[in-house]
Design a protein. Structure first.
Length: 423
């Protein structure tokens, strides 16, 4: 989702900026060990919400506009438009000494000024909880339902698609966490169902998408040992299964698959100023249909947070994953694509009322089974200003460029401005 993915930068800084207010120069004397600029609590200006027994209800709404210089993600004959966005949200959080229970509902309603066929209504519902059995044992669970869309620029969207492709994801996860002195263990299981609406093509034709409907199951386990205070070595593994509702897709391919990932890694906390973890291992995905190309190779991932000063935080992330796809080239079908991602972000508290951010991201999608490689570069900068405890203003700029050896290249510029209100 081009518009959705590009707005991640704005979402991150908006959520962080809601706790800043006064116009005095920023001071960070209350920054605690391991906290970032975004996570720092500011009790004098943070969202209060509405108390309801042991719960706190936190309503919020944002409204604004985005200028998109290339709404169809084309290389030539680009079209621009203004997009009006309404984003209501309500969160309900428990305030208990033990255990936790939380609910969240959010929607993104977008209206294009000229290309109204690109309008969309996304939403998400989430419920999660934690049961503290003992000080060293906890059970967790999550249920979710989301409606999203694929738009021009997404890996699986063809140039002939005339409207966003609507799809829904429904699922849940259960997990258990156990601590044995210096040993930490976690076991979890997840199930997610994907359901796609048909795609409307240029000329009014309909392209059925129900051969993409599927269940994805995963089980993960991780065991770590803290060999020094703040230093942990761990091993982790995951088994996954993808099961499509149809025996074969419309091209006659059986797309069911199984996957495995095994890795070793380490996490570290250096005086709270430098924290992170990294892992490397083996990643594979095997398909039921021998005509679809299996994948096996190195898997890796990691994250790093550096508190440069009490006012500036730098965060980095790297990952490698294998994803489902419907991409093809001539008569050849891709079985999947391998996404490698590198991202760095900087957040700076210029004033107690003004939070600045910058982001740079690079991702490479290598399609397995066809000769296609996409390289996508994203740059973003933004700011959030708190007018008072209940009103905030957020804005910014994002640039994205795709270079591909198979599909069209494109460049896109987005400028956004939104006003938010909260209780």
């Amino acid at each position: 989702m081009k518009h959705t993915s590009l707005s991640i930068f704005a979402l991150a800084v908006t959520a962080a900026g809601l706790t800043v207010q006064t116009s005095a120069p920023a001071t960070a004397q209350d920054l605690q060990r391991g906290e970032t600029v975004l996570e720092r609590r500011r009790p004098e200006v943070e969202q209060l919400g509405v108390r309801a027994g042991g719960f706190n209800i936190l309503p919020r709404v944002e409204a604004g506009t985005t200028y998109d210089s290339n709404v169809f993600a084309t290389q030539d004959n680009t079209e621009h438009d203004f997009i009006f966005l309404l984003r209501p949200q309500v969160a309900v959080r428990s305030d208990w000494n033990n255990h936790a229970l939380n609910f969240t509902a959010q929607a993104d309603v977008a209206r294009f000024r000229e290309f109204k066929r690109l309008n969309y209504e996304d939403y998400q519902l989430n419920a999660n909880g934690r049961l503290d059995i003992t000080r060293s044992t906890a059970l967790s669970a999550e249920l979710f339902h989301r409606r999203n869309h694929e738009s021009p620029g997404d890996p699986d969207v063809l140039f002939s698609v005339d409207e966003p492709i609507i799809y829904r994801t429904t699922g849940g996860e259960v997990g258990v966490r156990q601590t044995f002195n210096r040993i930490r263990a976690r076991l979890s299981g997840q199930a997610t169902y994907y359901e796609f609406d048909d795609a409307r093509l240029v000329g009014g034709f309909i392209d059925p998408q129900d051969d993409r409907n599927r269940w994805e199951y995963a089980g993960t386990a991780r065991v770590g040992y803290e060999f020094m205070d703040g230093y942990e070595a761990f091993v982790q593994g995951a088994l996954s299964k993808t099961s499509y509702r149809r025996d074969t897709d419309f091209a006659g391919f059986e797309r069911d698959s199984t996957g495995q990932e095994f890795a070793v890694g380490a996490s570290a906390d250096l005086t709270g100023l430098l924290t992170g973890e990294a892992y490397v291992g083996y990643l594979s995905k095997d398909y039921s249909d021998p005509r679809l190309k299996d994948f096996s190779g190195i898997g890796f991932g990691g994250s790093l947070t550096w508190t440069v000063t009490q006012l500036t935080t730098v965060q980095g992330r790297v990952s490698r994953t294998v994803r489902e796809t419907t991409a093809f080239q001539g008569v050849a079908l891709a079985s999947s694509y391998t996404r490698t991602l590198f991202a760095v972000g900087v957040d700076h508290e210029l004033l107690r009322s003004l939070l600045l951010n910058g982001r740079i991201q690079y991702r490479q999608d290598e399609f397995n089974g066809i000769d296609r490689s996409d390289k996508v570069y994203t740059l973003g900068a933004g700011a959030t200003y708190n007018i008072n405890r209940n009103l905030f203003l957020t804005g910014g700029y994002t640039f994205e460029s795709r270079k591909s050896n198979s599909v069209n290249d494109y460049k896109d510029n987005l400028i956004y401005l939104r006003l938010g209100a909260q209780l």
